[in-house]
Design a binder for this molecule. Structure first.
Ligand SMILES: NC(=O)c1ccc[n+]([C@@H]2O[C@H](COP(=O)([O-])OP(=O)(O)OC[C@H]3O[C@@H](n4cnc5c(N)ncnc54)[C@H](O)[C@@H]3O)[C@@H](O)[C@H]2O)c1
Length: 383
């Protein structure tokens, strides 16, 4: 039986508010630990909507001001599920109040903000984590294990794509509920911070630091009506972004993201080519990891599709779920992240990515926008 409580204060009731709440509810059932997660309070500006969300997910109470939520002595951890422009202020206030912080990605609007956030959590010595959840899809975690075992040998290429198609309509407004992603003041950037951030986090985790990059961005629809002002305003985000680069280990990076790839809803893919083997993964088939191993016998050598559902300890996280052959989904990546966060509390070894880890992704994101603007190769800033 758990002997401790982890009392969560959730800020935001949107897509991620739901995904995280689901994870908090699942984690104790599938990943028993010393901690019992208590959904203490949900916070949003609209009291009625916050109450509806709290009732649906089982939060004990409601706040309409995140500062009041942070000030509450009965809350241990603040979960930041708001648009990107609020991450910094909330995180710094929460750190100063001694709260643990689980912050959505990207960490910040830019690396300067990110540095302030890292300084705040490290000064306050509070446990902290950023929700780069794709690391914890079992097939992606298995890729990490195979790379660490040296099965790929020297890595030559890392290529990743994250494709969507939901902003092609030029009549779609920008700003406000649901559409803050198109508003540079709320989002900081477009597909780079929203989608490529995930690809970069996974890449840095699997293949090490990105040293330098050359990027190209495009904004296909240059003006959109703004929901908050009612006026047609310039669009300040990148609608599409392509970059090439070099990792510290000498391998080459080739990344693309867009919201203009008609037919694609959320196609995140990566492929890694090493001297001994290659790996490939596709979010649309998330429980499979594709592998080509050159050491296989010649006449049967070829790409194999590993169904990452073994529960005998071979496949990450799967021993906690069902029986071999039965897959888990997108939602479980968040459950795994909470489980690892709790393990970090128990062992004293924090689960990544911490704010400091996520700062590295933020530095790559800044370098992308710098390079696209200057048309120059850009060195990625350190820490
Ligand atoms: N890890 C992932 O895969 C993933 C996926 C989607 C979004 N995200 C990130 O999660 C964050 C939220 O995205 P989302 O898709 O959930 O957005 P959303 O629009 O669905 O929800 C945002 C929530 O923030 C609330 N909010 C806004 N301003 C507020 C304020 N001042 N006080 C309290 N609440 C406020 C809104 O009411 C809403 O409930 C973003 O940083 C985004 O980049 C991460």
């Amino acid at each position: 039986m758990p002997s401790k409580e982890l009392r969560v204060g959730m800020i935001g009731y949107g897509f991620m508010g739901r995904a995280h709440s689901n994870a908090y509810k699942q984690v104790g059932q599938f990943f028993p630990s010393d901690y019992r997660v208590v959904l203490k309070a949900a916070c949003a500006r609209d009291a009625a909507k916050a109450k509806e969300f709290a009732d649906q997910w089982g939060y004990e109470s409601v706040e309409t001001d995140w500062k009041k939520l942070i000030a509450r002595p009965d809350i241990d951890a603040i979960d930041i599920c708001t648009p990107n422009n609020l991450h910094k202020e909330i995180a710094i206030t929460a750190a100063a109040a001694g709260k643990m912080i689980l912050c959505e990605k990207p960490l910040a609007m830019n690396v300067a903000e990110g540095r302030e956030m890292v300084a705040a959590v490290e000064r306050a010595k509070v446990p902290n984590m950023v929700w780069y959840n794709y690391r914890r899809i079992p097939a992606v975690t298995l890729a990490k294990k195979l790379i660490e075992e040296g099965r790929l040998g020297k890595i030559f290429h890392y290529r990743a794509k994250f494709l969507q198609d939901w902003t092609i309509n030029a009549d779609l407004p920008q700003g406000g509920q649901g559409l803050w992603r198109l508003d540079v003041a709320a989002a900081g950037s477009g597909v780079s911070g929203d989608l490529l951030a995930h690809c970069i986090d996974t890449a840095v985790w699997l293949n090490g630091s990105v040293e330098s990059i050359s990027a190209l961005t495009e904004t296909f629809v240059k003006e959109r009506k703004h929901n908050l002002t009612g006026k047609v305003e310039p669009v300040g985000i990148d609608d599409a972004c392509i970059f090439m680069g070099k990792f510290s280990n000498g391998s080459l990076a080739n990344f693309e993201s867009t919201r203009y790839a008609r037919g694609h809803k959320a196609q995140y893919t990566f492929e890694i080519n090493g001297e001994k083997a290659s790996l490939a993964w596709d979010l649309h088939d998330l429980h499979r990891l594709q592998m080509f191993d050159y050491k296989d016998e010649g006449k049967i050598r070829g790409w194999k599709s590993i169904h990452v559902t073994d529960n005998g300890g071979e496949h990450p996280y799967m021993d906690k779920w069902w029986v071999p052959g039965l897959a888990v989904g997108y939602d479980c990546s968040f459950t795994h992240q909470v489980a690892d966060f709790i393990t970090g509390l128990e062992t004293g070894t924090p689960a990544g990515p911490t704010f400091r880890d996520a700062l590295e992704t933020q530095a790559v994101l800044d370098a992308i926008l710098d390079s696209a603007k200057s048309h120059q190769w850009v060195q990625v800033a350190k820490g």
